[in-house]
Design a protein around this ligand. Structure first.
Ligand code: AMP
Length: 215
């Protein structure tokens, strides 16, 4: 099963796609995570991506497409994979189509204001990578400290107000047109992202099950 997740920043696509990947036992591939790992490790790719990501801009297609093509050709992707945050524009979607046949595209629907509130509550552990959200949970037991390793939690640079609105603008202008593109291909399923995490997951699994069964 090869699945793409589309959703605005804060829609919960990362959380939901990871849960689905675990359930189906297939790799979860997040281009955002790949870039952040490279930034932490100080690789040449990380150095190129850092400024762009901090200001909420997209990393060039030539770089992103190459990374994805290589990753999905790894042996663990033979059974399928989940792409979280890719493709983000028409050029990437057409590139992907040449490399792989996608079974389902999941759109997580949410409104801008709810997404903004969620993003403001989002914290991450720079040491072990655990994610928290003071509005939607999980809430750290000790204020601003990671439950797992005790490190001080931080907010993503690109979650700060100005970068966030830039990412939103890019989402609506560049990524959202993909919804129509995939709807016309008949591969799109939509879920209501304005529900607690387990409820979104329940709706998603039900719709995925129906779609997979009907293929
Ligand atoms: P995400 O974790 O999906 O929100 O991605 C964080 C940032 O990484 C984005 O705001 C972009 O700067 C960059 N990024 C992630 N995926 C892509 C992509 N498919 N194309 C270009 N840039 C991307």
């Amino acid at each position: 099963m090869k699945i793409i997740f589309i959703g605005m920043p804060g829609s919960g696509k990362g959380t939901q796609s990871e849960l689905v990947a675990k359930r189906y036992g297939i790799p979860h591939i997040s281009t955002g995570d790949i870039f952040r790992e490279n930034i932490s490790a100080g690789t040449p790719l990380g150095k190129k991506a850092d400024k762009l990501i901090k200001s909420g801009k997209l990393v060039p297609d030539s770089i992103t497409n190459r990374i994805v093509a290589k990753r999905i050709s790894d042996p663990d992707c033979m059974k399928g994979f989940i792409l979280d945050g890719y493709p983000r524009n028409r050029n990437q979607a057409e590139f992907l189509e040449k490399h792989s046949k996608i079974d389902v595209v999941v759109l997580i629907n949410l409104d801008d204001e709810t997404a903004r509130k969620r993003i403001r509550g989002r914290y991450n552990c720079p040491n072990c990578g655990r994610n928290y959200n003071i509005f939607t949970g999980p809430i750290p037991k000790k204020d601003s400290l990671c439950d797992s390793c005790g490190s001080a939690l931080v907010q993503r640079k690109d979650d700060e107000e100005s970068s966030f609105w830039h990412r939103m603008e890019i989402y609506h202008r560049i990524t959202e047109p993909l919804v129509r593109y995939y709807r016309e291909k008949g591969t799109l399923i939509e879920v209501n992202g304005n529900q607690p995490v387990p409820d979104v997951q329940k709706e998603l699994i039900k719709k995925l099950g129906t779609t997979i069964f009907s293929k």
